[in-house]
Design a protein. Structure first.
Length: 364
Protein backbone atom coordinates (compact mmCIF):
# COMPACT_ATOMS: atom_id res chain seq x y z
CA UNK A 1 0.00 0.00 0.00
CA UNK A 2 3.01 2.33 0.28
CA UNK A 3 5.77 3.00 -2.25
CA UNK A 4 8.88 5.03 -1.50
CA UNK A 5 10.03 6.02 -4.97
CA UNK A 6 13.38 7.26 -3.66
CA UNK A 7 14.42 3.61 -3.74
CA UNK A 8 15.80 2.74 -7.21
CA UNK A 9 13.26 0.55 -8.93
CA UNK A 10 11.94 -0.22 -12.35
CA UNK A 11 8.38 -0.78 -13.44
CA UNK A 12 9.09 -4.50 -13.80
CA UNK A 13 9.65 -4.67 -10.02
CA UNK A 14 6.13 -3.49 -9.27
CA UNK A 15 3.52 -6.27 -9.05
CA UNK A 16 0.52 -6.24 -11.34
CA UNK A 17 -1.69 -5.14 -8.46
CA UNK A 18 0.44 -2.02 -8.04
CA UNK A 19 -2.63 0.08 -8.70
CA UNK A 20 -3.63 -0.68 -5.09
CA UNK A 21 -0.80 1.53 -3.80
CA UNK A 22 -2.29 4.26 -1.57
CA UNK A 23 0.75 6.30 -0.46
CA UNK A 24 3.86 7.44 -2.39
CA UNK A 25 6.97 9.30 -1.21
CA UNK A 26 8.46 11.35 -4.05
CA UNK A 27 12.14 12.36 -3.70
CA UNK A 28 14.00 15.20 -5.43
CA UNK A 29 13.10 13.99 -8.92
CA UNK A 30 9.64 13.21 -10.15
CA UNK A 31 8.85 9.56 -10.83
CA UNK A 32 9.02 7.94 -14.23
CA UNK A 33 6.17 7.12 -16.64
CA UNK A 34 4.98 4.16 -14.59
CA UNK A 35 4.45 6.20 -11.45
CA UNK A 36 2.86 9.04 -13.40
CA UNK A 37 0.40 6.49 -14.78
CA UNK A 38 -0.18 5.24 -11.27
CA UNK A 39 -0.96 8.75 -10.08
CA UNK A 40 -3.54 9.20 -12.80
CA UNK A 41 -5.25 5.82 -12.87
CA UNK A 42 -4.59 4.09 -9.57
CA UNK A 43 -6.13 4.43 -6.13
CA UNK A 44 -3.47 6.72 -4.75
CA UNK A 45 -4.76 8.64 -1.74
CA UNK A 46 -1.63 10.21 -0.25
CA UNK A 47 1.55 11.83 -1.62
CA UNK A 48 4.57 13.17 0.25
CA UNK A 49 6.73 15.45 -1.91
CA UNK A 50 10.21 16.62 -1.01
CA UNK A 51 9.58 20.07 -2.48
CA UNK A 52 6.35 22.05 -2.98
CA UNK A 53 7.41 22.91 -6.55
CA UNK A 54 6.90 19.25 -7.42
CA UNK A 55 3.20 19.59 -6.66
CA UNK A 56 2.62 21.79 -9.69
CA UNK A 57 4.38 19.24 -11.90
CA UNK A 58 2.20 16.32 -10.87
CA UNK A 59 -0.53 15.06 -13.20
CA UNK A 60 -4.20 14.97 -12.28
CA UNK A 61 -4.70 12.75 -9.22
CA UNK A 62 -8.46 12.09 -9.03
CA UNK A 63 -8.34 9.91 -5.90
CA UNK A 64 -5.81 11.94 -3.92
CA UNK A 65 -7.07 12.94 -0.47
CA UNK A 66 -3.84 13.86 1.36
CA UNK A 67 -0.90 15.98 0.21
CA UNK A 68 2.22 16.48 2.34
CA UNK A 69 5.39 18.46 1.78
CA UNK A 70 8.01 20.36 3.74
CA UNK A 71 10.36 23.15 2.73
CA UNK A 72 9.24 26.60 1.55
CA UNK A 73 5.86 27.28 0.03
CA UNK A 74 6.62 30.78 -1.19
CA UNK A 75 7.64 29.79 -4.71
CA UNK A 76 4.01 29.21 -5.63
CA UNK A 77 2.44 32.06 -7.64
CA UNK A 78 -1.10 33.27 -8.23
CA UNK A 79 -1.18 31.23 -11.44
CA UNK A 80 -0.63 28.08 -9.40
CA UNK A 81 -3.98 28.10 -7.62
CA UNK A 82 -6.30 27.05 -10.51
CA UNK A 83 -3.99 24.21 -11.51
CA UNK A 84 -3.90 22.93 -7.93
CA UNK A 85 -7.66 22.55 -7.76
CA UNK A 86 -7.71 20.86 -11.17
CA UNK A 87 -4.97 18.40 -10.22
CA UNK A 88 -6.43 17.44 -6.85
CA UNK A 89 -10.23 17.76 -7.07
CA UNK A 90 -10.84 15.62 -3.95
CA UNK A 91 -8.04 16.85 -1.68
CA UNK A 92 -9.14 16.84 1.97
CA UNK A 93 -5.86 16.98 3.96
CA UNK A 94 -3.00 19.43 3.39
CA UNK A 95 0.16 19.21 5.48
CA UNK A 96 3.02 21.63 4.91
CA UNK A 97 5.05 21.44 8.08
CA UNK A 98 8.28 23.32 8.75
CA UNK A 99 7.54 25.58 5.82
CA UNK A 100 7.84 29.33 5.39
CA UNK A 101 4.44 30.63 4.38
CA UNK A 102 4.12 34.31 3.56
CA UNK A 103 0.78 36.03 2.95
CA UNK A 104 1.04 35.59 -0.82
CA UNK A 105 1.58 31.84 -0.54
CA UNK A 106 -1.29 31.56 1.93
CA UNK A 107 -3.46 33.38 -0.59
CA UNK A 108 -2.49 30.91 -3.32
CA UNK A 109 -3.55 27.95 -1.17
CA UNK A 110 -6.75 29.74 -0.17
CA UNK A 111 -7.61 30.47 -3.82
CA UNK A 112 -7.12 26.82 -4.76
CA UNK A 113 -10.59 26.20 -3.28
CA UNK A 114 -10.07 22.64 -2.13
CA UNK A 115 -12.66 21.05 0.13
CA UNK A 116 -10.17 20.77 2.96
CA UNK A 117 -11.10 18.99 6.18
CA UNK A 118 -7.62 19.10 7.75
CA UNK A 119 -4.94 21.80 7.58
CA UNK A 120 -1.65 21.03 9.32
CA UNK A 121 0.91 23.84 9.44
CA UNK A 122 2.77 22.83 12.60
CA UNK A 123 6.25 24.30 12.94
CA UNK A 124 5.56 26.47 9.91
CA UNK A 125 6.17 30.20 9.85
CA UNK A 126 2.90 31.94 9.17
CA UNK A 127 1.53 35.42 9.77
CA UNK A 128 -1.72 36.40 11.44
CA UNK A 129 -3.16 37.49 8.07
CA UNK A 130 -2.00 34.30 6.34
CA UNK A 131 -3.73 32.15 8.91
CA UNK A 132 -6.90 34.18 8.59
CA UNK A 133 -6.87 33.84 4.78
CA UNK A 134 -6.63 30.07 5.00
CA UNK A 135 -9.34 29.68 7.63
CA UNK A 136 -11.68 31.99 5.73
CA UNK A 137 -11.26 29.89 2.59
CA UNK A 138 -11.90 26.56 4.30
CA UNK A 139 -14.90 26.78 6.64
CA UNK A 140 -15.34 23.00 6.63
CA UNK A 141 -12.09 22.36 8.48
CA UNK A 142 -12.29 19.68 11.15
CA UNK A 143 -8.59 19.84 12.11
CA UNK A 144 -6.45 22.99 12.39
CA UNK A 145 -2.89 22.45 13.58
CA UNK A 146 -0.81 25.62 14.00
CA UNK A 147 1.46 24.32 16.76
CA UNK A 148 4.84 26.05 16.95
CA UNK A 149 3.87 28.31 14.05
CA UNK A 150 3.75 31.91 15.26
CA UNK A 151 3.56 34.01 18.39
CA UNK A 152 0.90 36.05 16.58
CA UNK A 153 -1.56 33.17 16.80
CA UNK A 154 -3.27 34.45 19.93
CA UNK A 155 -6.63 35.41 21.44
CA UNK A 156 -7.34 37.85 18.62
CA UNK A 157 -6.62 35.20 16.01
CA UNK A 158 -8.93 32.67 17.70
CA UNK A 159 -11.66 35.30 17.96
CA UNK A 160 -11.44 35.81 14.20
CA UNK A 161 -11.13 32.17 13.16
CA UNK A 162 -13.66 30.47 15.46
CA UNK A 163 -16.76 32.01 13.79
CA UNK A 164 -15.33 30.99 10.40
CA UNK A 165 -14.56 27.36 11.27
CA UNK A 166 -17.59 26.25 13.25
CA UNK A 167 -17.08 22.59 12.37
CA UNK A 168 -13.68 22.33 14.04
CA UNK A 169 -13.11 19.18 16.06
CA UNK A 170 -9.38 19.52 16.69
CA UNK A 171 -7.39 22.69 17.39
CA UNK A 172 -3.69 22.53 18.25
CA UNK A 173 -2.02 25.79 19.28
CA UNK A 174 1.02 24.67 21.26
CA UNK A 175 3.83 27.22 21.50
CA UNK A 176 1.88 29.94 19.75
CA UNK A 177 0.98 33.32 21.24
CA UNK A 178 -0.93 33.89 24.44
CA UNK A 179 -4.14 31.84 24.52
CA UNK A 180 -6.33 32.89 27.42
CA UNK A 181 -9.92 33.20 28.57
CA UNK A 182 -11.12 35.23 25.55
CA UNK A 183 -10.05 32.43 23.21
CA UNK A 184 -11.69 29.65 25.23
CA UNK A 185 -14.91 31.63 25.65
CA UNK A 186 -15.04 32.32 21.90
CA UNK A 187 -14.50 28.64 21.12
CA UNK A 188 -17.24 27.67 23.55
CA UNK A 189 -19.65 29.94 21.67
CA UNK A 190 -18.76 29.17 18.06
CA UNK A 191 -17.26 25.66 17.86
CA UNK A 192 -19.72 23.19 19.39
CA UNK A 193 -18.02 20.14 17.86
CA UNK A 194 -14.53 20.98 19.16
CA UNK A 195 -13.34 18.05 21.27
CA UNK A 196 -9.53 18.26 21.07
CA UNK A 197 -7.59 21.34 22.12
CA UNK A 198 -3.98 21.88 23.21
CA UNK A 199 -2.12 25.04 24.21
CA UNK A 200 1.07 25.82 26.12
CA UNK A 201 2.03 28.68 28.45
CA UNK A 202 -1.42 30.21 28.11
CA UNK A 203 -2.99 32.72 30.46
CA UNK A 204 -6.27 30.80 30.55
CA UNK A 205 -7.89 30.66 33.98
CA UNK A 206 -10.71 28.65 35.51
CA UNK A 207 -13.22 31.07 33.99
CA UNK A 208 -12.21 30.37 30.39
CA UNK A 209 -11.63 26.65 30.76
CA UNK A 210 -14.90 26.14 32.65
CA UNK A 211 -16.82 28.06 29.96
CA UNK A 212 -15.33 25.78 27.34
CA UNK A 213 -15.73 22.48 29.21
CA UNK A 214 -19.30 23.25 30.26
CA UNK A 215 -20.40 23.47 26.60
CA UNK A 216 -18.79 20.20 25.49
CA UNK A 217 -20.70 17.00 24.92
CA UNK A 218 -17.46 15.17 24.20
CA UNK A 219 -13.84 15.88 25.08
CA UNK A 220 -11.10 13.61 23.74
CA UNK A 221 -8.03 15.74 24.32
CA UNK A 222 -7.12 18.54 26.70
CA UNK A 223 -3.65 20.02 26.75
CA UNK A 224 -2.87 22.95 29.04
CA UNK A 225 0.90 22.62 29.35
CA UNK A 226 2.26 25.06 31.96
CA UNK A 227 -1.03 26.95 32.32
CA UNK A 228 -0.39 27.73 35.94
CA UNK A 229 -3.59 29.68 36.61
CA UNK A 230 -5.83 26.63 36.18
CA UNK A 231 -7.03 24.97 39.38
CA UNK A 232 -8.92 21.76 40.04
CA UNK A 233 -12.38 23.35 39.68
CA UNK A 234 -12.90 23.17 35.89
CA UNK A 235 -11.20 19.78 35.72
CA UNK A 236 -13.67 18.46 38.28
CA UNK A 237 -16.44 19.17 35.77
CA UNK A 238 -14.86 16.57 33.47
CA UNK A 239 -14.91 14.01 36.26
CA UNK A 240 -18.46 14.74 37.41
CA UNK A 241 -20.01 14.70 33.91
CA UNK A 242 -19.83 12.21 31.07
CA UNK A 243 -16.78 13.91 29.51
CA UNK A 244 -14.37 11.55 31.26
CA UNK A 245 -15.71 8.66 29.18
CA UNK A 246 -13.98 9.86 25.99
CA UNK A 247 -10.83 11.44 27.42
CA UNK A 248 -7.81 9.87 25.69
CA UNK A 249 -5.10 12.56 25.80
CA UNK A 250 -4.43 14.72 28.88
CA UNK A 251 -1.54 17.15 29.41
CA UNK A 252 -1.30 18.80 32.83
CA UNK A 253 2.46 19.34 32.87
CA UNK A 254 3.58 22.13 35.22
CA UNK A 255 -0.03 22.89 36.20
CA UNK A 256 0.81 24.03 39.70
CA UNK A 257 -2.71 25.20 40.45
CA UNK A 258 -4.13 21.68 40.39
CA UNK A 259 -3.98 19.28 43.34
CA UNK A 260 -3.39 15.61 44.02
CA UNK A 261 -7.09 14.96 44.60
CA UNK A 262 -8.12 16.00 41.09
CA UNK A 263 -5.26 14.04 39.51
CA UNK A 264 -6.33 10.93 41.41
CA UNK A 265 -9.94 11.51 40.41
CA UNK A 266 -9.06 11.81 36.74
CA UNK A 267 -6.78 8.77 36.89
CA UNK A 268 -9.65 6.87 38.46
CA UNK A 269 -12.44 7.97 36.14
CA UNK A 270 -10.77 8.40 32.72
CA UNK A 271 -10.67 4.71 31.83
CA UNK A 272 -9.83 5.29 28.15
CA UNK A 273 -6.68 7.35 28.69
CA UNK A 274 -3.95 6.58 26.16
CA UNK A 275 -1.58 9.52 26.75
CA UNK A 276 -1.02 11.21 30.11
CA UNK A 277 1.55 13.97 30.68
CA UNK A 278 2.29 15.16 34.22
CA UNK A 279 5.89 16.36 33.76
CA UNK A 280 6.83 18.85 36.48
CA UNK A 281 3.41 18.77 38.10
CA UNK A 282 4.13 19.04 41.85
CA UNK A 283 0.91 17.22 42.68
CA UNK A 284 1.74 14.06 40.72
CA UNK A 285 2.48 11.46 43.41
CA UNK A 286 2.59 7.70 43.82
CA UNK A 287 -1.08 7.88 44.76
CA UNK A 288 -1.91 9.11 41.24
CA UNK A 289 0.01 6.29 39.58
CA UNK A 290 -1.60 3.74 41.90
CA UNK A 291 -5.01 5.04 40.82
CA UNK A 292 -3.94 4.62 37.20
CA UNK A 293 -2.74 1.08 37.80
CA UNK A 294 -5.97 0.16 39.55
CA UNK A 295 -8.56 1.85 37.37
CA UNK A 296 -7.14 2.77 33.98
CA UNK A 297 -7.49 0.31 31.12
CA UNK A 298 -4.30 -1.33 29.88
CA UNK A 299 -4.49 0.83 26.76
CA UNK A 300 -2.16 3.49 28.21
CA UNK A 301 0.55 4.17 25.59
CA UNK A 302 2.37 7.22 26.96
CA UNK A 303 3.07 8.26 30.54
CA UNK A 304 5.18 11.29 31.47
CA UNK A 305 5.95 11.53 35.18
CA UNK A 306 9.36 13.17 34.85
CA UNK A 307 10.38 15.69 37.53
CA UNK A 308 7.72 14.44 39.93
CA UNK A 309 7.95 12.55 43.21
CA UNK A 310 6.67 9.34 41.61
CA UNK A 311 8.73 6.17 41.89
CA UNK A 312 8.10 3.09 39.80
CA UNK A 313 7.94 -0.24 41.59
CA UNK A 314 6.94 -3.81 40.87
CA UNK A 315 3.62 -4.36 39.16
CA UNK A 316 3.91 -1.30 36.97
CA UNK A 317 4.81 -3.16 33.78
CA UNK A 318 2.04 -5.71 34.14
CA UNK A 319 -0.51 -2.92 34.68
CA UNK A 320 0.37 -1.23 31.37
CA UNK A 321 1.37 -3.95 28.90
CA UNK A 322 0.92 -1.66 25.87
CA UNK A 323 3.02 1.23 27.21
CA UNK A 324 5.27 2.60 24.46
CA UNK A 325 6.83 5.75 25.97
CA UNK A 326 7.68 6.42 29.60
CA UNK A 327 9.29 9.57 30.97
CA UNK A 328 10.44 8.99 34.54
CA UNK A 329 13.11 10.12 37.01
CA UNK A 330 13.89 6.71 38.45
CA UNK A 331 13.41 3.25 36.98
CA UNK A 332 14.39 0.12 38.88
CA UNK A 333 16.48 -2.45 37.03
CA UNK A 334 13.80 -5.11 37.33
CA UNK A 335 11.28 -2.80 35.66
CA UNK A 336 13.70 -2.05 32.82
CA UNK A 337 13.73 -5.75 32.02
CA UNK A 338 9.95 -5.95 32.11
CA UNK A 339 9.57 -2.87 29.89
CA UNK A 340 11.67 -4.13 27.01
CA UNK A 341 9.09 -2.99 24.45
CA UNK A 342 8.85 0.49 25.94
CA UNK A 343 11.06 3.51 25.29
CA UNK A 344 11.85 5.12 28.62
CA UNK A 345 13.66 8.41 29.14
CA UNK A 346 15.22 10.34 31.97
CA UNK A 347 14.25 14.03 32.08
CA UNK A 348 16.59 16.73 30.72
CA UNK A 349 18.86 18.63 33.11
CA UNK A 350 17.14 21.19 35.30
CA UNK A 351 18.56 24.11 33.33
CA UNK A 352 17.16 22.89 30.01
CA UNK A 353 13.85 24.15 28.70
CA UNK A 354 11.35 21.27 28.82
CA UNK A 355 9.35 20.59 25.68
CA UNK A 356 5.81 19.38 25.41
CA UNK A 357 5.20 16.15 23.56
CA UNK A 358 3.24 17.18 20.47
CA UNK A 359 5.55 15.07 18.33
CA UNK A 360 3.78 11.97 19.68
CA UNK A 361 0.41 13.20 18.51
CA UNK A 362 -1.95 10.95 16.59
CA UNK A 363 -2.47 11.57 12.91
CA UNK A 364 -6.26 11.21 12.82
Amino acid sequence: KMLNSSVPASASMIPENGTNIEHIVIPDKLPGPFLVSLLQNGRLQSIHCSLPSQVTELPVCPHLKKLEFDEVLNRWTDKTAPSLQDRFPNLAVLRCQESRIDDKAAGVVANARFDLKSLVLSRATITWLGGQLLCSAYPNLRTLDLAYSSSRIDNKFVATVAPLCRKLKRLLLERCGDIGDPAFITLSQHCPALRQISITDGSVTDQGLDAFVSTRTRLDRLGVFRCTSITAAPLMRIVTTQLYRTMRWLDLCYCEGTNTEILVAMATKCHRLEHLFLFGNPHATNEVVEALMTNCTPELLTLDIGRTSVTIDSGFASAFPLLEVLFVDRLHAVEQLLLDDCSYYLPPPEDEEPDDLTWMDEDN
